[in-house]
Design a protein. Structure first.
Length: 149
């Protein structure tokens, strides 16, 4: 077949153009390949503020940390209970017939439940009291409640 139609020539030109573009893209990818970087190019450093940085930290700004001071996890229960448990507060509400009330802690300003079985002396609303606390499933509860002078 000596004579080719115009459509065939156009298709052939498009195929050749696609092949050429594909070859150029492949060559371009090979030239701009980011793989095979050196170890130094891939390293990231942690600066004194905890931010990542491509430059190594200044050794003059580094400080020695004792590994014994690093605490991993939740603190031991004994450490939490070492504080003084005696508190003072003012009775906000106390109903003798129902047998319970609430004390407002003077330091933390939190409301703490008190039951009549934990009251050592007669108390009433507005009285200043000293007490200790214990943890219950429903929150803090006052125990050993006495009138403060």
């Amino acid at each position: 077949m000596a004579s080719e139609t115009m459509g065939k020539k156009d298709r052939e030109k498009k195929k050749q153009k696609k092949k050429q573009d594909k070859a150029e893209k492949m060559l371009n990818r090979k030239e701009n390949n980011n793989k095979g970087k050196s170890l130094e190019d891939m390293m990231m450093y942690l600066d004194e503020n905890g931010n990542l940085s491509p430059t190594p930290p200044d050794p003059r700004k580094m400080r020695e940390i004792n590994p014994e001071f690093i605490q991993i996890g939740v603190p031991k229960k004994e450490e939490l209970e070492a504080e003084d448990k005696t508190r003072t507060g003012i009775v906000r509400f106390f109903d003798i017939t129902k047998g319970y009330g609430f004390i407002d802690d003077l330091v933390t300003k939190e409301s703490i439940f008190v039951h009549k079985n934990q009251v050592k002396e007669n108390i009433g609303e507005g009285n200043k009291v000293s007490f200790e606390t214990e943890k219950t499933p429903k929150g803090l509860s006052a125990i050993n409640v006495k009138r403060a002078i």
